[in-house]
Write a protein that binds this ligand. Structure first.
Ligand code: SF4
Length: 364
């Protein structure tokens, strides 16, 4: 077994930084898609190790952050229905929607429970046959197969009180939307390791082929990320654009066939709203017709009300990579982890939280 410490060895970090400095002869901006990468980059001070020619920009890869207020409002409205138990991952509870949060709905009498997996949500449904359990399905391709598996399990057991509010999102379509917008000029993409463990590296090939942008799938330790940056810099230096895998211990070109099959059995692609992007075609997952009896949106009568976005919050711009958290006038003032105004300050993968905790001396 390889230990995490192996991927944090300072002498190896030093060697990789030397390689990066040798390769990074051209000015380049790389986006780390994934919020997990942003946190690791900030936590380990990796930006400060890079030569001035390289800039790193955070992307939209934080599922909690990209959940639109309109969708959050649905979960909050469902929490206010009688005999409904909302089962959700912890990060979602404090995220402000248009008028309140799940936490406030709970304080107001709603039954909101934090779960650690869909197994917990299924257990809640079994233990509470007189109530309806709605699992708030927020996550990327990494999470969707486990939610799909929970629906198949509920189907097998004949559970008729288990529902999913499917707010899942697919990553490649939003990158396409970002690149098509022309708002950010990227010379490289650090592709998400966990998502790619499921979908493989092939779904990123259109970025290298159609947009000429080098891609490297990265793990989450400092050495993984520096190696990915070095591989991207080497491609840029040679004028190449390919998809490479730096995270070979977790990712193959074809991904996890079992997880993909389960996901595709239960879900089908659908349009989805992303904070900061609006609706992106084919970037969400809705339940296939044969599983719609588990679809919370179709089986409850609820009114999420009009969508309101917090004035001054730049989460949308941060998620599109056109602003950084210190650009927001509320950062560290009205918006802190204790009193978050936007989701990027709530989520453990949010850029604003990462800058708040680790970005004291951040200047680019
Ligand atoms: Fe939104 Fe707060 Fe980040 Fe500003 S600092 S962009 S208000 S989460």
């Amino acid at each position: 077994m390889r230990l995490v410490s192996e991927f944090r060895q300072s002498e190896l970090v030093g060697g990789l930084v030397q390689n990066i400095r040798r390769h990074a002869v051209k000015k380049a901006r790389f986006m780390e898609f994934c919020g997990g990468h942003t946190v690791a980059i900030m936590k380990f001070g990796l930006r400060q190790l890079l030569p001035p020619s390289l800039t790193l920009t955070s992307g939209p890869g934080c599922p909690v952050c990209v959940t639109d207020n309109a969708d959050l409002d649905k979960a909050i409205a469902l929490a206010q229905l009688p005999d409904v138990i909302i089962a959700t991952f912890g990060d979602m509870v404090r995220v402000p929607g248009s008028r309140s949060s799940l936490q406030e709905a709970k304080a107001g009498g709603g039954d909101v429970r934090i779960v650690y997996s869909t197994l917990d949500a299924l257990a809640l449904a079994r233990e509470n046959p007189g109530k309806s359990v709605v699992f708030v399905g927020v996550g990327f391709e990494t999470t969707a197969p486990t939610v799909a598996a929970s629906i198949l399990q509920a189907d097998r057991e004949g559970l008729n009180n288990y529902y999913v509010l499917s707010l899942h999102k697919l990553c490649p379509p939003v990158i396409k939307a970002l690149l098509d917008s022309g708002e950010v000029n990227l010379q490289g993409l650090i592709c998400p390791g966990h998502v790619s463990a499921v979908i493989g590296s092939r779904p990123w090939e259109f970025i290298a082929r159609d947009y000429g942008i080098p891609c490297v799938v990265s793990g989450f330790e400092p050495l993984d990320i520096l190696q990915s940056i070095d591989m991207l810099s080497a491609q840029v230096a040679k004028g190449e654009s390919r998809v490479e895998i730096a995270y070979r211990r977790g990712v193959t070109p074809d991904g996890n066939a079992t997880a993909i099959k389960i996901m595709e059995q239960v879900f089908e692609p659908a349009p989805a709203r992303w904070r900061g992007f609006g609706e992106v075609p084919g970037s969400g997952l809705s339940l296939r017709p044969e599983f719609q009896r588990f679809d919370a949106e179709l089986n409850f009568d609820f009114d999420p009300g009009p969508t309101i976005n917090e004035k001054g919050c730049l989460c949308g711009e941060v998620l599109r990579g056109v602003k950084i958290p210190p650009d927001c006038s509320l950062f560290r003032k009205a918006c802190t982890p204790e009193n978050p105004v936007g989701p990027c300050m709530v989520s453990s993968e949010g850029s604003c939280a990462a800058f708040y905790h680790y970005g004291e001396n951040e200047d680019r």
